[in-house]
Design a protein around this ligand. Sequence first.
Ligand code: GUN
Length: 286
Amino acid sequence: MALLDGKLLAAELRAELAPRVAAFVQAHGRKPGLDVVLVGEDPASVVYTRNKEKAAQDLGMRSTLHRLPKAATQAEVLARIESLNSDDAVDGILVQLPLPEGLDPTPIVEAVRVDKDVDGFHPVNVGLLSLGRNALVACTPQGCMRLLRGLDVRGKHTVVIGRSNIVGKPMAQLLLAADATVTVAHSKTRGLPELCQTADILVAAIGRPEFVRGSWIKPGAIVLDVGINRVDGEGGKSRLVGDVAFAEAEAIASYISPVPGGVGPMTIACLLANTLQAAESRLVNR
Ligand code: GUN
């Protein structure tokens, strides 16, 4: 079994981006800018958004975290997005999900300018992806595809567990575009263990700790674990586990992405890639 080392690949991707960031600064006299909107105080979201802000700054980009109170109204969130949409120094806009109860995420996601939508969640980017056209592509599935680079996916049977708009659905589109045969499974799928046993490539994006057991995995399969689940560990401490029972799976899989250190670092690196792509192409297309 070999590890799909997301930490290493993310560092390689950032090293590829760094000279492009420098060239952008040279050409335009300002840094590429990522603006992150966080509404409320969800503890995991606070950590994620700080990490995104810091990663962008570490790469030489400008990044600003816009914190709005939990009680912010729909109109207040939309007004903030509008001001970022029309600000020329803003290249990428990300609204951290989930939003607090009482806010409707759909119009908020759709308010982000398509060419600044570095999450790839806007219906136009989702549609372009499904047409196989140039689009801003959601970061987590994009990171998964980078982890698969160099491995042959053409014609392989891929089972994606999870049908979310953030991971499962765009992952299926990317795999199809790479000529894989794709099955999307979910919580209502019957005979999930048997289905998984037919997968040459298994992508677990369910959000349930160690849900996928070693016995579900076809010998020699490639396993991508998208889960980040905090569970009770020894001595009252918590620890992170994926959606796959790693200790069981590593004996059976040919390649597996660990948690932490697999998909997670790739997601953030892809956000930086999207921000730079948005910055470069928005200025070309004007
Ligand atoms: N919440 C969990 N994952 C994501 C993501 O990729 N983008 C945003 N905006 N929110 C998230």
